[in-house]
Design a protein around this ligand. Structure first.
Ligand SMILES: [Zn+2]
Length: 276
C-alpha cells in the first residue's frame, strides 16, 4: 500500500468531512427556516460563516488548516467557530484511511464497487451522527436516503456477485434484530430511553451489516462506547438517569468498526470458543 494512496484517500476524506459539516448546517437551517421562506442550497452555493453568514473566500475553506490559522474564529465577525468543524473533517479523513487500509474485501471488481459505495454510505452516517450530536434528532429524510443506498448495495451484490437467497435472509435477519431490539426498548420505556429515530437507525445498520450476529455485536459495542462516554458525566453529575443522550453516534461508530473488522472479530470469537 503506497503512501501516496493514503495521502489521496486522506484528502478525499477531509473534503467529504467538510461537505458533511456544510450539509448538516444547511439542512438544519432549511428545516428551521421553512416558515420564513428562506432556503440554502445543499449542493450549490458558497460556504458561509454559521454566525454572520458572510461568504467564505477560498483561503477560508481549507479544511482544518483555516480553522487553526484563524484560531477558531470567523475572519469577519470574530465569533467562535465550533471545534466540531475541524474534528468532523479529521474524523472523516481517519475513517476513510482506516477503511482503505483495512478493507476486508480484495480490491477487484466487487471489492472496489462496494468500497466506493461504502464511502458514500459512511459519509451519510457521519452526517447523521453529527446531526444527532448537535440537534438530538435523526432526520427521516437522511435515513431514507441511506436505506436506498444500502438496498442499492444489496441489489448490486445480488445481480453482479452471484449471491444466493441466504444472503437476502441474512440481511433481513440483520434488519429485524437491529431494529427489533430498539423497538422493544422503545415500547418498554414508552420512548424515554431511546427515540423512534434509534429504532429506524438500528434497522438500517443491521441491514447494512447484513448479519444477525453482527447486528447484536453492533448494539453490544455501542453500549460499551456509550457507557465509557457517559462515565465522566455521571461522575461530575452533569447527566443523570433522565438525561437524554444521543445514542445514534455510538451505533454508527460501532457499525464502522464492524464493517471493517466484523468478520475477523467473529472468527476470533469462534476460535476462542465463544458461540456466535
Ligand atoms: Zn462570521
Amino acid at each position: 500500500m503506497s503512501f501516496l494512496y493514503i495521502i489521496i484517500v486522506f484528502i478525499v476524506g477531509i473534503t467529504f468531512g467538510s461537505f458533511s459539516n456544510a450539509f448538516v448546517w444547511r439542512f438544519h437551517q432549511n428545516k428551521s427556516n421553512k416558515k420564513k421562506n428562506k432556503s440554502y442550497s445543499i449542493v450549490n452555493g458558497r460556504s458561509m460563516c454559521p454566525h454572520c453568514e458572510h461568504k467564505l473566500s477560498y483561503y477560508d475553506l481549507v479544511p482544518v488548516l483555516s480553522w487553526i490559522v484563524l484560531a477558531g474564529k470567523c475572519r469577519y465577525c470574530h465569533k467562535r467557530i465550533s471545534i466540531s468543524y475541524p474534528l468532523t473533517e479529521l474524523f472523516t479523513a481517519l475513517v476513510f484511511v482506516a477503511s482503505f487500509a483495512y478493507w476486508p474485501l480484495k480490491f477487484n471488481g466487487q471489492g472496489i464497487t462496494l468500497f466506493v459505495l461504502w464511502f458514500i454510505i459512511v459519509t451519510g452516517l457521519i452526517i447523521l451522527a453529527l446531526y444527532d450530536i448537535k440537534y438530538m434528532l435523526l432526520p427521516n429524510e437522511i435515513i431514507i436516503v441511506l436505506f436506498c443506498l444500502v438496498l442499492l448495495q444489496i441489489i448490486i451484490s445480488l445481480i453482479f456477485f452471484d449471491k444466493n437467497y441466504h444472503y437476502i435472509i441474512n440481511n433481513i435477519i440483520g434488519f429485524v434484530i437491529g431494529g427489533g431490539i430498539f423497538y422493544l426498548l422503545f415500547q418498554i420505556s414508552k420512548g424515554d430511553w431511546i427515540g423512534g429515530g434509534d429504532v429506524k437507525l438500528g434497522a438500517l445498520l443491521g441491514l447494512y451489516l447484513g448479519n444477525g450476529n453482527l447486528a447484536i455485536l453492533m448494539i453490544f459495542i455501542a453500549s460499551i462506547i456509550g457507557t465509557l462516554f457517559a462515565i465522566p458525566g455521571l461522575i461530575k453529575r452533569n447527566i443523570g438517569p433522565k438525561s437524554q443522550i444521543p445514542y445514534g453516534p455510538y451505533l454508527i461508530i460501532a457499525t464502522i468498526v464492524l464493517a471493517l473488522f466484523g468478520s475477523s472479530l467473529i472468527k476470533w470469537l469462534i476460535s476462542h470458543g465463544v458461540y456466535v
